[in-house]
Write a protein that binds this ligand. Structure first.
Ligand code: PLP
Length: 399
């Protein structure tokens, strides 16, 4: 037998498939609502002004190895402030083991590897549904998986009672993945009150929360507000894991800049855990690329550039909120018999529309509108000029 002969094609990523179908369509009205990447009101990808300023600042700077190490610590220092709060006591106590990671995916993978290394028997509890790649990441790290109930298809909101049941029924000391804001794919987040209840239950059950924060700023437009879940857990004295990505909120997709952190019991433990994560990273990819690191640490450590970034995050979040309102209003104006309140109730990059796989197929075939078959709409693909066409199309397939 020859090499690789028993290999068969791997399943296509659901989102890659949508992009391919969109690209192959030559209709001028086509709309891509698949990929979760921000677009401006012209439907174009953007480079944030804070990133342009940072580019100018670092132009010609020497990529010295020593320099990169220093910048990486500054990136981690600034990232954890965003997650845990600028003045969080745990920062001063040195209890955070943090490492630059290959964007959010790499941060998840690093944590999954750490989990397997120290708790090989413990499964990861993932929300149902969740970002599809979570399943791949923990599968490849050979961590067993369970799910917990999250979404309520009828209300198109949170099934809080079922979530509470599952949290209670999991064995004490389980590891849960939580989306702290802008849940992907549903756009459904717990309220502050519900987060407090979840945090309390986790305390009682001694569960470990791992927060995957890929969209900080995209839910409310405010970075601190979007981290409120983490802050609540912090207040309640939990140990926490956290993945952060700058792909969406800085528009740095391909640069792959992120951070993984583990809040430990004390500074000594943090040193140990960090050394373990460093060893894992070293064997997986050596070290992360340095250009994006320079961009992010420049933005976060310069007050002026940082405040520009904060404003630009708000602009992106607000545009998405406006498109939610516009889409809902257009559907209601058309006299749609369905309830579309969830479009504006849900938050972040996505709307879990409730469209069925049949609706999605018809939208693609008859209207050149592309999204994943679970009915997830990337609101970033909606613009002032295509929103009424989109509403018409959705109305046609659902009336
Ligand atoms: N986590 C969630 C929930 C996501 O939706 C994404 C991106 O789609 C990621 C993590 C990882 O993104 P990236 O690796 O591009 O930072």
């Amino acid at each position: 037998v020859g090499w690789w002969e028993n290999a068969s094609p791997a399943a296509k990523d659901p989102i890659t498939g949508v992009t391919e179908a969109f690209l192959a369509d030559t209709n001028p009205h086509k709309i891509n609502l698949g990929v979760g990447a921000y677009r401006d009101d012209e439907g174009k990808p953007i480079v944030l002004q804070c990133v342009r300023n940072a580019e100018a600042k670092i132009a010609g700077c020497e990529f010295l190895e020593a320099n990169a190490t220093e910048m990486a610590s500054s990136l981690v220092e600034e990232s954890v402030k965003l997650a845990y709060g600028e003045h969080a006591r745990v920062l001063k106590e040195g209890r955070l083991a943090g490492l630059q990671a290959l964007s959010g995916t790499g941060a998840c993978r690093l944590f999954a590897e750490l989990q397997r290394r120290f708790y090989p028997e413990l499964p990861i509890y993932l929300p149902r549904p969740t970002w599809s790649n979570h399943h791949n990441v923990w599968r490849d790290a050979q961590v067993p998986q369970r799910t917990f109930q999250y979404y309520h298809p009828v209300s198109k909101g949170l099934n809080f009672a079922a979530l509470v049941d599952d949290v209670k029924n999991a064995p004490d000391g389980s590891v849960f993945l939580l989306h702290p804001c802008a849940h992907n794919p549903t756009g459904v987040d717990p309220t502050e009150e519900q987060w407090r209840d979840i945090s309390y239950l986790f305390k009682v059950k001694n569960h470990f929360p791992f927060f995957d924060m890929a969209y900080q700023g995209f839910a409310s437009g405010d970075l601190d507000m979007d981290a409120q879940a983490i802050r609540i857990f912090l207040e309640d004295g939990h140990l926490i894991g956290c993945a952060q990505s700058f792909a969406k909120n800085m528009g740095l997709y391909g640069h792959r800049v992120g951070c993984v952190s583990v809040l430990c019991a004390d500074a000594k433990q943090a040193v140990v855990v960090k050394s373990q994560m460093q060893q894992i990273a070293r064997a997986m990819y050596g070290s992360p690329p340095v250009h994006g690191l320079l961009l992010v640490s420049t933005i976060l450590s310069d007050p002026q550039t940082k405040s520009l970034w904060v404003k630009e995050v708000k602009v992106m979040a607000n545009r998405i909120k406006r498109m939610r309102t516009a889409l809902r209003e257009n559907l209601e104006k058309l006299g749609s018999p369905l309830n579309w309140e969830h479009i504006t109730n849900q938050v972040g990059m996505f709307c879990f529309s409730g469209l069925t796989p049949d609706h999605v197929d018809r939208l693609a075939r008859e209207f050149h509108v592309y999204m994943t078959r679970d009915g997830r709409i990337s609101m970033a693909g909606v613009t002032t000029s295509n929103v009424s066409y989109l509403a018409d199309a959705i109305h046609e397939v659902t009336k």
